[in-house]
Ligand binder design. Structure first.
Ligand code: CMC
Length: 433
């Protein structure tokens, strides 16, 4: 295939026929060949397993350059947002495209405060889950269940107001539900939200507060959580965001779409990696800490073991979120006076892997999940809740992706395939087989 940038078309020759396809250029000079008319013109489709080289949409939410390690939400560098903004401020930015004024931010915070309670009947759902139920399974079900309490949400086109109400409810109630999932697991009483607290402090109160005791959220922990949630808030067309978009493209309601995103996030190759990293580090530690052994296992193609928290589909030099989190991890452990041996193992593992040709040649670096689990553990989040924390952060991104997909009038997501099964054959009755 050759591209002709002067005329902004790509020429492709198939079966002796040359056809022209438009070239689309993004605002950061990202180039794409629009192949949507390829099949109509030639009978061919493109095959790209795992969508490694396929753009599924145009989007103005998040820009990332994996080679240069750049990540920006609506144009703002992640480093600046993580250092200076609040999570609700960043959520507003991601959802609305612009940073809020002071008045807009106050209104948005008030609006969220007004929706933090979940319907009392939802409390009864928790009773039915086994004590050992994974929090992500419960959370995905709870979010989907919310659609049944708000039937007006079921038509995404009903009205702008109804749509905004669903967004506000989701942002407001996810921390409440996440904390309820935790309280249910430890068999402690649920804590109702305390709306004079900030978004993150309220979550902390519902997680660690008790009806019988006073609880004052630690500013050090609140600051660390704020940063972590911002760093996770969006990441363009990843597995869960693409899931949310594709489910929503059938015009399924927002709650059902977000619930599907939570399920997609759960997997250890995506958000579930934060839990898998800590489990891996503990396993290495309990096994005697022989890093060379585990690095060799990760390189062995016959061995299913991979270094969790290493590698990324789009970052091939470094993950800018990991750089910030590594520093934050050092800071918070020092501030809290915690000496966590898994941090030492993580750092040594990073060193060993980064000096190894296998990892260097494949561009495998620590990703966002490599150090985040150590922070979560230091601040008292149980391992199985780590991916729930990722979901709390990613929620505004999922919603913005869903909203953009509808606003752009994107068609239903429906890929094609190359069929590799049997050709036509006749049915044989069971007695003759
Ligand atoms: N350990 C050992 N080898 C690896 C690893 C790893 N963690 N990741 C990739 N490789 C190898 C892989 O075997 C392949 O080798 P070869 O070219 O010889 O076949 C090569 O590197 C390319 O890997 P890939 O699987 O084709 O790359 P991908 O883009 O399909 O997968 C990934 C990306 C993140 C799923 C993968 O790197 C991985 O499984 N990492 C561990 C899980 C993890 O940390 N996931 C969290 C990602 S960040 C959070 C998020 O945004 O979801």
């Amino acid at each position: 295939m050759e591209t002709n940038t002067d005329q902004q078309v790509a020429k492709i020759e198939l079966d002796g026929k040359i056809i022209e396809l438009p070239v689309i250029i993004g605002t950061e000079d990202e180039k794409a060949v629009d192949i949507s008319s390829l099949r109509a013109q030639t009978g061919y489709i493109t095959l790209d397993k795992g969508f490694k080289n396929t753009g599924s949409c145009t989007s103005s939410i998040t820009f990332l350059d994996g080679e240069k390690g750049i990540l920006r939400y609506r144009g703002y560098p992640i480093e600046q947002l993580a250092e200076q903004a609040s999570f609700l401020e960043v959520s507003y930015l991601i959802l609305n495209g612009e940073l809020p004024t002071q008045e807009q931010l106050s209104n948005w915070e008030d609006e969220i405060d007004h929706h933090t309670l979940v319907h009392e009947d939802m409390k009864r759902f928790f009773e039915a889950y086994p004590a050992q139920a994974h929090p992500m399974g419960i959370l995905a079900s709870m979010i989907c269940s919310m659609s049944t309490f708000y039937p007006e949400s079921q038509d995404p086109h009903r009205s702008k107001e109804a749509f905004q109400l669903s967004i506000n409810r989701l942002i407001a109630k996810l921390p409440t539900l996440a904390a309820m999932v935790y309280k249910n697991a430890v068999r402690h009483p649920f804590m109702y939200p305390k709306n004079d607290l900030g978004y993150i402090e309220n979550f902390m109160y519902m997680m660690w507060g008790m009806p019988t005791e006073d609880y004052t959220p630690s500013p050090v922990i609140a600051k660390a959580l704020n940063k972590l949630l911002i760093l996770h808030a969006d990441h363009e067309q990843n597995c869960s965001a693409s899931t949310v978009r594709i489910v929503g493209s059938s015009q399924a309601n927002l709650y059902a779409s977000i619930s599907a995103g939570i399920s997609a996030l759960w997997g250890p190759l995506h958000g579930g990696a934060n839990q898998a990293v800590i489990e891996m580090l503990e396993m290495i530690q309990n096994d005697g800490g022989d890093l060379d052994k585990w690095v060799a296992k990760a390189k062995d193609k016959e061995d299913p073991f991979r270094l969790m928290g290493f590698g990324h589909r789009v970052y091939k030099n470094f993950d800018p979120r990991a750089t910030i989190i590594k520093q934050a991890c050092d800071d918070i452990l020092e501030e809290l006076g915690i000496n966590d041996p898994t941090l030492e193992i993580a750092k040594k593992l990073e060193e060993v892997a980064l000096s190894d040709e296998y990892f260097k040649s494949r561009g495998l670096y620590p990703n966002v999940d490599f150090y985040s689990g150590i922070i979560y553990r230091a601040i008292g989040i149980p391992t199985e809740m780590f991916t729930v924390m990722f979901a709390l952060g990613r929620l505004p991104g999922w919603i913005a992706q869903w909203k953009e997909m509808l606003d752009n009038g994107d068609p239903i997501g429906r890929p094609r395939q190359v069929y590799t099964g049997y050709n036509k054959r006749d049915f044989v009755p069971v007695s003759q087989r």
